[in-house]
Design a protein around this ligand. Structure first.
Ligand code: MSP
Length: 502
């Protein structure tokens, strides 16, 4: 049985990770956790992109040997992923032998098939984006200096012998693939720009450098190193390492600025190599910070550790996926985070859990009735009826939409508590009070199952308070939905899940 295989981009090791990298990686993790919770076998791949001119220059500027420099920054990414509870199954570095061997193998394969041939590149290069830039795309800056259209940084003029990849030959097949697999390019709103780019006609691309030493040598022609993007894209396949149950990837999650590399060049490389194509490439939007693009000159990179120190890991994960639809751009600000934290986490969810747990503790001594309440109007039934829609949204990478549905349920539960007023029932109708609280606890267990992929630590705390026994026989979200409750334990009052921030 094939595993569900989800990937993040391989991040450049020239600088420390920031909120943008955390965004993609948290999204991939939520998807992975969500599918695992539903019993699927999942493989989450992330890692670092370590070759090329940009890294070579960064290492030099830091006065370090290339590999030492890469070791250090790659470790920072890995540590951050541990800190953010990213459940990655593999972490690949492009300087690993398992990867370099596969890059050479694929390069040779394409040379043999005639898809790679030798020529000469005369033109512009953007080191920041590690990309070849057409004269017509360059932007003229002050003093006539040519700047990269994306990076806004001065371009280099290259003139060197190079190997080319025959990308131009794959236009019609790519267009046919997009047509036959409308889910391949996501979100759908970004598909037309790719199709247009391909329809306008593709040019062959340079895939080796002679002036850059820090890279995988071209097999049999060691004057050349393989172009860093050609090298890095292969990671998705090299990491699969020929495992029968992995390739092709189900989804590559990437930022919008590298959509073309993943939606045009990568599938063309795979077509040339006769390998199956990934199921989908999803390009999400970009974060600005307090209204501004993050940049070295502004020094406004958001350090995830700083945010989690103040708000906790789970609230950070929540905010990233809640703030804007996955695919749109958004703005990060401490004020916006604090607002959502207090309103949605501390108030809507945290208070609800404390109130219900405290009442179950006071009025029922923490013991629940053994059987689920009967009757169609139970709020746990209404909650459970949303499960299908929530699943469908996460499956479509609509994390924002899924959280919206979950919070609709949470708001309904809050309203239900106020309407039923169990604190009054405790004095007038003890049986009804027990049923209402049971129903609420039951509903919150369902909610805890839903939020686990987004906020694994808080979900576990919540489940402990709600008497969901995780070990040795954990109660799954599906058990809860099916009304299985005999294996649950005592209600345990605990500290506030999200203490208010003043
Ligand atoms: N090394 C290449 C990717 C190779 S994949 C085979 C690269 N690396 S990167 O370090 O620049 O990371 C880019 C990715 O980081 C983006 O595609 C996106 O996933 C994430 N982000 C970086 N900055 C971002 C924002 N400001 N906002 C959202 N995500 C951004 O490109």
């Amino acid at each position: 049985m094939k595993k569900y295989f989800v990937t993040t981009p391989l991040y450049y090791v020239n600088a420390a990770p920031h909120i943008g990298h955390a965004y993609t990686t948290v999204a991939a993790d939520v998807l992975a956790r969500f599918r695992r919770a539903r019993g699927e076998r999942v493989h989450l791949l992330t890692g670092t992109d370590e070759h090329g001119q940009k890294i070579e220059e960064a290492a030099k500027a830091a006065g370090r040997h290339n590999l030492d420099f890469c070791d250090q920054t790659s470790a920072k990414f890995r540590e951050l992923w541990k800190h953010l509870d990213i459940s990655f199954d593999d972490y690949i570095r492009t300087t690993e032998k398992r990867h370099e061997d596969k890059v050479q193998e694929l390069f040779s394969r394409l040379q043999k098939s005639g898809d790679i041939y030798k020529g000469r590149y005369e033109g512009l290069y953007d080191v920041v984006g590690e990309s070849y830039v057409k004269e017509s795309d360059a932007v003229r800056g002050p003093g006539g200096v040519l700047l990269g259209p994306e990076s806004g940084k001065p371009l280099q003029r290259l003139s060197e012998e190079t190997y080319f990849f025959r990308l131009s030959a794959y236009g019609p097949r790519l267009l046919e693939h997009y047509r036959a697999h409308p889910e391949f390019l996501a979100p759908a709103s970004r598909a037309p720009e790719i199709a247009r780019f391909v329809s306008d006609g593709l040019e062959d691309i340079s895939v080796s450098r002679t002036k850059v030493k820090w890279g995988v040598p071209v097999p049999g022609d060691e004057q050349h190193t393989i172009y860093v993007w050609f090298d890095a894209l292969i990671n998705y396949w090299s990491a699969a390492g020929g495992a029968q149950d992995l390739w092709p990837a189900d989804v590559h999650i990437v930022g919008k600025e590298i959509f073309r590399f993943h939606a045009v060049i990568w599938p063309a490389m795979l077509m040339a190599a006769g390998l199956p194509l990934p199921g989908r490439v999803f390009a999400h939007g970009w974060w600005t910070v307090e209204g501004k693009k993050m940049s070295k000159s502004l020094g406004n990179f958001v350090d995830p550790y700083e945010v989690t120190r103040e708000f906790g890991v789970d609230a950070f994960r929540y905010f990233l996926l809640r703030e804007m639809p996955f695919g749109n751009d958004g703005d990060f600000s401490t004020a916006a985070l604090k607002k959502r934290y207090n309103a949605e986490l501390a108030n809507d969810l945290g208070n609800l859990v404390s109130r219900v747990v405290n009442m179950a503790d006071s009025y029922l001594g923490g013991e629940l009735p053994a059987k689920a309440p009967e009757g169609g109007d139970a709020c746990s039934r209404r909650a459970a009826a949303r499960a299908g829609d929530i699943s469908a949204r996460v499956a479509a990478l609509d994390f924002h939409g899924a959280l919206e549905l979950i919070w609709e349920t949470i708001r309904e539960l809050n309203a239900h508590v106020n309407e039923q007023a169990p604190w009054k029932l405790a004095k007038t109708d003890k049986d009804k009070c027990a049923l209402v609280l049971f129903d609420l606890i039951h509903s919150l267990r369902v909610v805890a199952g839903w939020i686990e992929p987004f906020m694994p630590r808080k979900a576990a705390e919540m489940q402990a308070q709600l008497g969901v026994r995780r070990f040795p026989d954990a109660l799954t979200a599906d058990d809860v939905l099916a009304g299985v409750n005999s294996r649950t334990g005592q209600i345990q009052k605990g500290p506030a899940l999200f203490p208010r921030k003043e």
